[in-house]
Design a protein around this ligand. Sequence first.
Ligand code: HAM
Length: 422
Amino acid sequence: MKIQRIRGVKDILPNEIWKWQYIESVAHKIFPRYGFNEIRLPIFEDTRLFSRSIGDTTDIVEKEMYTFKDRGGDSITLRPEGTASVVRAYIENKMYNPPSVLKMFYMGPMFRYERPQAGRLRQFNQVGVEAMGSPGPIVDVEIMTMVMEFLKELGLADIKLEINSLGSQECRPQYRELLKTEIEKHIDQLCDNCTARYQRNPLRVLDCKAKECGNVAEGLPKLIDHLDPASAEHFAEVRSLLDSIGTPYSVNPKLVRGLDYYNRTAFEVTSQNLGSQNAICGGGRYDTLVEELEGPSTPCFGFALGLERLVSLIPFNESSDLQKHPDVYIVCLGEEAKSMAFEIAHQLRAKGLSVERDYEMASMKSQMRKANKFQSRFTLIIGENEIRSGKLILKNMDSGEQKECTTEELVSEISEPEVDTQ
Ligand code: HAM
């Protein structure tokens, strides 16, 4: 039997990698403007890290983690998200007392055993950021604004920033009880999943995707009407700061997020063009997680973006300059030309130029066809005549113009003029 890739994972092929590299380059451009530095973390961790941070009653921990015993008998989990690992690294490496808020970003694969469908994979990639050490609300607003700037730079239209406040330990326990009481009145109208979990996690009924739960949720009390005074003030400041710099947003009182570590500001960026899995980005404030994982009290704010969803939304121009093409394609005819092509390719690459060539000594016509397919900027033609005269033919593939040049002249003919960046 032919072995195939596992359900819910994707290959990112060489002909589409430029899209990923472009997104990554924009992250490397925009995030440092706000003081973020990259951090690279392990892909697997001690299982307890995720169950303690994401929450035992969340879908992720209850049914979506890739957990296994390693050969030493330890329980290991492939990371379902990045925040827990960043917090673990922060504590383990004692990254305390930075000169200002500690800001880090990361990119890489995450793993969740979800039911695969359009926009939902079992291995997917995120780019995420975490800012550690400020209770906000300025950090909250700066970071949400940064996401919107990042997505705008990538050419995304029709996206919406939705915000909510999840309050704090002061107001949430009473609200949960109130919510449970109200949900019980509609228990026969809920989906099976919510019926089973509302006692443990009543807030999830609010953002359940099942239509019947959506109808019930409309009539349930809203957490933003039951916030403790400090959380209410925080939320009012977040809104006023967003207004002051003109970042458009809407308040979505049903937004609760699927991970338990959040408090106060929570947000998502959604697109109508994504179908039912419409969140490109989700995040918020998590002020108690560092302490819960036995670090010093450190209020934090962060988000993660789903890269597969992002790639599917960006209106890429398939003939874009972002696609890498060789500087030159070498066409060679005859044995002597073949060894000359070998030497020239070596010399040009050593000078920093990218070179493709024919390896099979196909006919001139077929080699020229390949040159076109590679979309090289130039084609260099080496045949018997050219070897005899010492003059090679260099064809500019854009203009169609051909010129004769010596091997010494090649580098300067092919090199692109320096772009003045001033
Ligand atoms: P999350 O909402 O679970 O948050 O994931 C963030 C984004 O990852 C989603 O908005 C979505 O675009 C993408 N995503 C999630 N699951 C899948 C999937 N199965 N297939 C494809 N894409 C997916 C977090 O992960 C938090 N750690 C975010 C955060 C950082 N909060 C604070 N700091």
